[in-house]
Each structure stands twice: as structure tokens, then as C-alpha cells.
Design a protein around this ligand. Structure first.
Ligand code: NCD
Length: 393
């Protein structure tokens, strides 16, 4: 079976831990692995801008002794002439052993995987997922906090279009985290992601209001959504006051406003930028600050020198964790179980995907829509995973 990584759901928790253990070993001697994938060729096919993801994948392959070919500028690829993704992928796949793909439409990586003989890695599909950033984020959390289970993590910023938080929230929930999602109105986690989080066994979601951090947020009633273990679910209906002063937030994960995906929507960040004042507040005294980068003003530069600022260390960890992933994809290592129980979708017919930014809506692509459902979950598009329209019962 070929070893694609389309969604973070393609890797079970034991598989994620295994990759991190491998990355720990690789990191001890980054230059000592050049004989592990000789003769392998990786294609980078980036139809959206990227710096870190592409270069860290290319660095990872080079450090393993393999080689890389790149199409990094969407404007010089045949996509601008109107070539379909499926044709482009067929061609690139016929040149290489594995393809790393970034594309502006949700579900593009799943569609690409259907057309490739070699493995496909999703390096970001529209506003949908970014599973290898999640590998890097989880690994950073483990390196910084010494563990992954049961962390308290605040997600802060554009949670609607920031695809990294979509994959990360799912993975964190699987590791029993308490996630405090704070976003400006209109930029909250999308319904499709909330549905997925509800499907994570043992996880509950409840609305809250952060009521004791006015010095940080400049208001006393910041709405938040808590995604946490079912046992912590409050017995009351409606937003519960979330006193944070007495808690310790292990990490705050900041994202930028994804301006490229906003269409006539709010183009202001809305939330206060993260600065020293923020980090002086009790819940953040020992927090680590993560950001997938690029940052465009959400974190004050003064924070860079603070030992809690982990975002540059986080970016550097992208190389060893991607080396570990490439070793698996190249068949050099095996992983315990690659599918989380309950992740497999049962096929459903007679539904409609209404997500305009889904690969199924690309006119020339000719994707036959498919729908599925996880046990107890909603019917979703198999490509973008948005909750699908179904006929009234
Ligand atoms: C992220 C992305 O592309 O989604 N960047 C990255 O891969 N490190 C985050 C972003 O662009 O804001």
C-alpha cells in the first residue's frame, strides 16, 4: 500500500509518537543520515506560496541523501494554462517517487492521491488541512513541554481559514488536550472542524467566556470555545465563565489572518497582539508561544528574545520530523498502526457538497463527488470533509 499523508487522521497516535521518537534520534546527528534514502527523488509541487514547508521538506530529503525537483512558483506552472490538477499530478508522479503538494482548494491532496502511483503528502489544501505542520507543532510541544498528553493549549487568531489549526485541534483532542479556542467573531473554527472534534472519542465542546483577563484582552468577556475531555463538561447550558488566572496554559498557538482566503470579510485581526504584557499575566507565565509562521504582526518582536518564544525553534524542528516522515514514506521504517480507530468513513450516497472551495467544484477536474460518515458523525464530502447537504428524511 502506498504511504500517503492527506489528513492528520491518516496517522494514529502511536504512529505520531513513533515518528517523534525517530525525529529525536535523527536530531542528535542531522548530518549522519545521508545514506538512508539515496536514489529517491521527491517532487515539490507548490501551487500556493510557501517558504518553510517547501524548504524544510527539501532540506529533509537532501539530508537523507535523496534529490528534489521543484515547481515552486504557481505562475510558472502549467496550472496557469488551465491544466487540471489530476493531469499535473500524473506527470510529476511519473518523474518522482513521492510528491509534496500544496494547492488552494480543499480536498486537492485526496484527489491527487487517486492519480499518483507514488506517495502524496498534503502540504496544505486550501483552508482545510496541513498535517505535516501538525507533525511539527506536536513535536515542538513535546520538545518544549516534555509530554503530549493532557496539555492545555490556547489557539489564538484566524481559526476559520488557518488550516494548521484544523489539523492541530484534531490531533490535540486525540491526545486528551484542553483546547481553548479564541478568535474574533467570524474567524472561529469552522463547523466542519467542530463536527470532527465532536467525533473524537471522549471529547466534548462547550462555549465559554474568558472573564478575568481584561488586562490582556482589553475586555472582560472574550468568547472562547473549549474542546476538552468529556469529564470536564460543565453541567450548565450556555457560555461558562472561564477563569484563566488560576490555570496554567501550556502553550499559546498564534495564527495570522489568512488574508488570501478572505472574500469581503473582516480584514482586521481584531485580537490584541501578543506582547510582553500578555506573557506577564499568570496563566501565561510558563506558556510556550508557537506560530506556524509567517507572522505578520500578531506577535510583537519584543517577544522574540523571551525564552518562551518557541516559534523559531518550532520551525527548525520541521526538518527532523519531516525526515522521519520521509523515511516512512520511502519504506525505510514502519509505523505501528497508521489509522486511528474510528477514522474510517463509511460511504454514503445522495448528498451534495456546498463548499465552493472544494476540489469537487473545480469545473474541469471532473471529480465524482463522494460522501461518507464516521461512526455517529455527520455526512461529509470525502474530499473537503465539509458537512454535506443531505435530503430531508
Ligand atoms: C502556514 C500555512 O501555509 O498554512 N504556513 C506554514 O506552512 N508554515 C500558516 C500560514 O500561512 O499562515
Amino acid at each position: 500500500m502506498k504511504r500517503d499523508l492527506v489528513s492528520i487522521e491518516d496517522l494514529s497516535n502511536p504512529a505520531l509518537v513513533h515518528l517523534m521518537d525517530l525525529a529525536d534520534r535523527i536530531r542528535k546527528d542531522l548530518r549522519g543520515h545521508a545514506e538512508r534514502l539515496p536514489g529517491f527523488l521527491m517532487g515539490s509541487l507548490f501551487l500556493e506560496p510557501s517558504t518553510r514547508t517547501r524548504l524544510s521538506f527539501e532540506a529533509a530529503m537532501a539530508r537523507l541523501g535523496g534529490k528534489v525537483i521543484t515547481s515552486a512558483d504557481p505562475d510558472t506552472s502549467s496550472a496557469v494554462k488551465g491544466e487540471t490538477l489530476s493531469d499535473t499530478v500524473r506527470i510529476v508522479d511519473s518523474y518522482v517517487d513521492m510528491t509534496v503538494l500544496r494547492h488552494p482548494l480543499a480536498g486537492a491532496a485526496r484527489w491527487a492521491a487517486r492519480h499518483a502511483r507514488g506517495a502524496i503528502v498534503n502540504a496544505g489544501d486550501g483552508a482545510r488541512e496541513h498535517p505535516t505542520q501538525t507533525l511539527c507543532d506536536l513535536y515542538s510541544l513535546r520538545c518544549e513541554r516534555g509530554r503530549l498528553d493532557g496539555l492545555t493549549v490556547m489557539l489564538y487568531g484566524d481559526l476559520r481559514y488557518g488550516r494548521t489549526t484544523h489539523s492541530l485541534a484534531r490531533a490535540l483532542a486525540r491526545f486528551g488536550a484542553t483546547i481553548i479556542a479564541v478568535a474574533e467573531k467570524g474567524l472561529e473554527l469552522p463547523d466542519a472542524v467542530l463536527e470532527e472534534l465532536r467525533e473524537v472519542p471522549g471529547t466534548a465542546l462547550w462555549p465559554a467566556v474568558v472573564d478575568d483577563l481584561a488586562d490582556v484582552f482589553r475586555r472582560d468577556d472574550v468568547p472562547a470555545l473549549v474542546i476538552g475531555p468529556e469529564r470536564d463538561l460543565p453541567a450548565v447550558d450556555g457560555p461558562v465563565p472561564l477563569g484563566l488566572r488560576d490555570r496554567e496554559v501550556d502553550a499559546i498557538y498564534v495564527t495570522r489572518l489568512q488574508t488570501e482566503r478572505l472574500e469581503g470579510e473582516s480584514d482586521t485581526y481584531g485580537l490584541p497582539i501578543l506582547d510582553h504584557r500578555f506573557l506577564e499575566s499568570p496563566p501565561f507565565r510558563r506558556t510556550v508561544v508557537l506560530h506556524p509562521l509567517p507572522r505578520v504582526g500578531e506577535i510583537a518582536r519584543e517577544v522574540d528574545e523571551d525564552p518562551r518564544a518557541a516559534y523559531f525553534r518550532q520551525a527548525a524542528l520541521g526538518v527532523p520530523i519531516r525526515m522521519a516522515l520521509l523515511l516512512w514514506m520511502g519504506g525505510r521504517v514502519d509505523l505501528p498502526t497508521t489509522i486511528e480507530p474510528g477514522a474510517v468513513m463509511e460511504q454514503v450516497t445522495n448528498a451534495r457538497c456546498t463548499n465552493a472551495r472544494c476540489i469537487t467544484q473545480a469545473p474541469l477536474e471532473g471529480v465524482a463527488p463522494e460522501f461518507g460518515r464516521r461512526p455517529g458523525g455527520a455526512v461529509r464530502c470525502m474530499y473537503c470533509e465539509a458537512v454535506a447537504e443531505t435530503p430531508a428524511p
